[in-house]
Design a protein around this ligand. Sequence first.
Ligand code: FAD
Length: 491
Amino acid sequence: MIIKKDIDTIQNYLFDASNFKSKQCKAVFIPENIAEISQLIIEANQNKIPVSISGAGTGLTGGRVPNHGDYVISLERFNHIISIDTDNLKCTVQAGVSLWQLEEILNQYGLFYPPDPTEKNCSIGGTIATNASGARSFKYGSTRNWIEAIKVVLPSGDVCVIKRSHISANDYTLTFPSKSKKIYQINLPNIKMPNVKNSSGYFIKRNMDLIDLFIGSEGTLGIIVEATLRLVQVPKDLISAVIFFENFDDLYDFVSSSRNQSNNEYSFIKPRALEFFDDKSLQLLSSKFPIAKSKKFAIWYEQEIYNEDIFIVLESLSNLVAGKKGDINNIWFAMDSKDLREIHEFRHSISALVNEYIAQKNLIKVGTDTAVLSEYFSEYYKYCRDKCLSNSIDFVGYGHIGNDHLHLNMLPENENSFKVALDLYRDFCELAVKFGGTVSAEHGIGKIKRDYFELMYTEDEIRRMFEIKKTLDPNLILNRGNIFSEKFYSQ
Ligand SMILES: Cc1cc2nc3c(=O)[nH]c(=O)nc-3n(C[C@H](O)[C@H](O)[C@H](O)COP(=O)(O)OP(=O)(O)OC[C@H]3O[C@@H](n4cnc5c(N)ncnc54)[C@H](O)[C@@H]3O)c2cc1C
């Protein structure tokens, strides 16, 4: 196991892509096997030293960023693909394998793993910890849907293999054994989750599957060391197109129709991705992608072709675009793999450009990761947009509109406008909750969204969620500060 203590060598572990930073940690450990992690956790428990878990550091909520006196455990050496089962469409990987690495290998077998956060350098462990998702979540849902099994080192150092459909809660009580035969019992609170795509706090449901408690728990309940993932066959063909609209209402009308038609077995409209770009995003992107220049709003539409006739699907899509007043003469269609890569780059660039901007200004990212019920999305987007305009805060709006999930990133100029943006951000989170939604649909709460998480649940509900952590982690050493603010630790 490599151990780093020197301030220069630990620098890379003290921040993540949100630009949230720590000045110091006690040491960074880079274990090579599960026994080393268990041993480390047992020692940390004995000495009550908090432990932060580090994946690839692409997170956007400061989740992996250590507190001052923490040990950091980095999973970077857990980077092996253990097996690929082409017959049963499954693979087992170590937690530090990156999405890139996995995609490249699976491609050779004609397979793919549906969850696709835009940032491919993320680790599989990090995506499970945050229940990440991406453009394809419209068709395939978030990471949760694709996890068959995980191997976890619990905060006690015990190892536990959790397979989907093997252990379910009896009403609101979960009971499970670890490898050392210790029995754990967790009382789940009866809390209503929002009925939208969600990555805020623990997933809790009556009679729920044990595995779903760990997925999205942001490293507060255990260290994921391995995972078995479900896979899908690569389609025969793919339609990928950026479609422009003059105004937002027409665009959202197109989204609603596509959504409705995707549930209609007789329709050829079956998108896997419905991604949104507003005029501000297109302006930012136009320096790299001239086609976006002077366009107002756009949808990136993607659809898989298995056995359908691609020309009939294209005709249906064109008719739908024309019917919804889209710019039928200027659709940017991907004609070959180079175009496909370029359109993916177009989507990736917008988040990367925003992250570069905040890093240059040395600010923390102020961008919504909110989702709301469909009937409110239009009103929600317009409200956020108007508030930014009337407060002279520059912004770019984009996101997974198929799931009514908005990334409205504010681009404050300086510390003063940063404060205004923070006030607006709170306002946008409050409204998302009021509209039946969530403050985080995919990035998680981490350390920078805890105050907003408290808008979603009462203090008592959050305390009862925190009791789950206390049951598994009585010394409260693991990923301290994620999801729950300090007041819960001191009660
Ligand atoms: C340009 C850009 C675009 C992005 N686009 C998307 C997107 O479309 N969708 C999306 O969902 N996210 C997106 N993200 C956010 C990020 O990629 C995801 O949150 C990703 O899941 C983080 O993975 P990571 O390995 O980098 O985790 P880290 O940042 O290292 O950690 C994230 C959290 O997971 C915990 N963790 C990491 N590994 C483990 C483990 N093995 N066991 C337990 N806990 C662990 C950490 O402690 C931390 O709390 C984007 C980020 C960037 C920079």
